[in-house]
Design a protein around this ligand. Structure first.
Ligand code: GLU
Length: 280
């Protein structure tokens, strides 16, 4: 049975890109008409510290219902902190994490490479003395981790078989200074806990999957398949974002737009008010 999920972060209202993502995940599990026997899950990724606005969650549910989707809701990330902490402790005890006390600007200044998610951490703190008075994030020692697992691969429905290259992202943060888990750790653990068999999300998160595949191997988690779908682009060819003025689904709802009709347009690639889908 196919199990997919839509995993929005309540940092801002959902826009058409999110609607497309939810529809892709829904249809792959339940079929367009909701009669297939898969499961489509909603998971609220609400551990983004001050950026997280839990009051948006109800608006997300209204958006999905307005699009004509049915879903099962699984526990939000804020209720799973102990599980994340336990996994981080395990990786620490295996010598795979190290504390990092660098600031964002120190990292940007010291980075010699830019990866798919921005400056690649140059490993400054790997051999530095730890100052107990300064807040620390915990980073995955990628070289050490790859040495333990050996080569890995993963499969994307659209892009085919991929050799895992977690080194492209460098020593990513798994435990944040202000949070018990980063996106990489929390999402990977949750997809396993929720028995997700097909992880569907936008192409902008394609590279993150290299790290998620490594974490699955390190933490003995099941390996799903992935489906990184095209992104909805605005008229200037950029992905939609609230900060660039993309209309929220709540705005469209308030204007009286029919959500099911909008879903039909999105499925057909005829995107009302936006330009196109990116090439996969
Ligand atoms: N919470 C993430 C976001 O809103 C989704 C990540 C995922 O689907 O893996 O971008």
């Amino acid at each position: 049975m196919i199990v997919t999920r839509f995993a929005p972060s309540p940092n801002g209202m959902l826009h058409l890109g999110h609607a497309y993502s939810a529809i892709v995940a829904h249809d792959l599990a339940r079929g367009q008409d909701g009669t297939a026997d898969g499961r489509f899950l909603l998971r609220i990724e609400d551990i983004d510290g001050e950026r997280s606005r839990p009051e948006l969650t109800e608006a997300f549910r209204e958006d999905l219902a307005w699009l004509g989707l049915e879903w099962e809701e699984v526990p939000p990330q804020s209720s799973r902190l102990e599980r994340y902490a336990a996994a981080a402790e395990r990786l620490k005890s295996e010598g795979l994490l190290y504390p990092c006390q660098c600031t964002r600007s120190e990292i940007a200044a010291a980075a010699r490479q830019t990866g798919p998610e921005g400056p690649v951490y140059p490993g400054t703190c790997k051999h530095k003395a730890f100052d107990p008075g300064v807040p620390a994030a915990w980073r995955l020692n990628i070289a050490e981790a790859i040495g333990r697992t050996g080569p890995l691969d993963w499969c994307d429905d659209l892009a085919g078989l991929q050799v895992a290259q977690p080194e492209l992202l460098g020593d990513v943060v798994l435990v944040r200074k202000d949070n018990p888990a980063s996106y990489h750790l929390a999402a990977t653990l949750d997809d396993a806990a929720d028995a997700v068999t097909l992880v569907t999300r936008g192409q902008d998160l394609f590279a993150a999957t290299h790290v998620h595949r490594l974490l699955q191997a390190l933490l003995d988690l099941p390996v799903p398949r992935w489906h990184h779908h095209a992104l909805v682009l605005d008229a200037s060819g950029k992905k939609l974002a609230k900060r660039r003025g993309s209309a929220s689904l709540a705005d469209l709802r308030a204007k009286g737009v029919d959500g099911k009709d909008l879903g039909t347009e999105l499925r057909a690639g005829r995107l009302a008010g936006v330009n196109s889908l990116s090439q996969v």
